[in-house]
Design a protein around this ligand. Structure first.
Ligand code: SF4
Length: 306
């Protein structure tokens, strides 16, 4: 089930270098190189069962439904669309994308509060349009999955528990929330204060995870070392990747001295290097949790047995 309900991060096609938001935490600004028609065709050919469509905001591409339909016709079973969902406030357009073959909508959801969402996205009115877009996708006929991605930053991390409760209440049918950290890329390079200390985020993240678990919404966490999410280590996207690949290494992440005696160092790739350069490694603490038990729960969560 997980392979069908969660976004794939395999073959990626970037459709353009435009966006209709100006998120303060945007990691893509200046880094996206869109594929031309030949590149899109080649990506579809290489995709096999999974294709991810992104870059920068793919719904701004005038031929998106056609590209999705072409991928489906070529046998791509799982098509993930990364989007801010603003343009999905047009119910007919949302239905068209589902009907063309998008199977997973992976939607950037910066806040459940309208004012904060507008501030974070630099786009007045974006929250209401995004909420309408999510509802339109959830209500569209046809099989599809909707997941939200919440980029934790200094402006929104204290709202994590309330946001989780909002998501459970307002989006029945949602399958998955991914909490990730603001990375020092794109816009964040100009304002590193957007990257909060993970030890400060930790209690809010734990409450949010608890609320989602209770509401039967699957939750994953990316870029947080396992020792900074005790009790919820199994929700680590990094741990899942380590189990799938058989090794804990990950690009831009590294172990530190304390990791040498940590029981979870085969499941955890350590700290992001850009985070280390801001906050250091003083928050890390060697875990004593049994790795086999964490691995068992990772597998259960992947199979959605909450
Ligand atoms: S001590 Fe190191 S290996 Fe262990 S959980 Fe923390 S960051 Fe990961």
């Amino acid at each position: 089930m997980a392979g069908d309900t969660e976004p794939s991060f395999t073959e990626l096609v970037n459709l353009n270098s435009k966006c209709n938001q100006r998120c303060v935490f945007c990691a893509a600004e200046g880094l996206i190189r869109p594929h031309g028609p030949a590149g899109i065709a080649a990506a579809i050919k290489r995709a096999g069962r999974h294709l991810t469509i992104s870059g920068w905001e793919p719904t701004l591409h005038p031929r998106l439904p056609e590209i999705v339909a072409r991928a489906r016709a070529r046998g791509v079973k799982n098509i993930t669309l990364f989007t801010n969902a603003i343009l999905l406030d047009d119910a007919e357009y949302a239905r068209r994308l589902v009907s063309a073959g998008v199977t997973t909508f992976h939607i950037n959801f910066p806040s459940h509060r309208s004012g904060l969402a507008d501030r974070l996205t630099g786009t007045p009115g974006s929250h209401e349009r995004r909420v309408a877009g999510i509802r339109n996708v959830l209500g569209a006929p046809g099989k599809k999955y909707v997941s939200l991605v919440f980029v934790m930053n200094s402006l929104n991390y204290r709202t994590l528990p309330a946001c989780a409760a909002y998501i459970v209440k307002n989006f029945p049918g949602l399958v998955h929330v991914l909490f990730t950290t603001a990375c020092v890329m794109g816009r964040v390079r100009k304002d590193r204060t957007l990257v909060p200390k993970l030890s400060k985020v930790r209690p809010y993240l734990a409450k949010a995870q608890g609320a989602l678990l209770k509401g039967r919404v699957k939750c994953l966490v990316e870029n947080v070392p396992l020792c900074l999410m005790p009790g919820f280590e199994h929700a680590s996207f990094d741990a899942r990747q380590a189990l799938l690949s058989g090794r804990a290494g990950a690009p831009a992440k590294a172990h530190h001295a304390v990791c040498g005696t940590c029981s979870l160092n085969t499941l955890c790739p350590g700290l992001r290097e850009d985070y280390f350069h801001i906050h250091g490694d003083g928050e890390l603490k060697a875990s004593r949790r049994a790795p086999g038990e964490v691995a068992r729960k990772v597998r259960l969560l992947k199979a959605a047995h909450l």
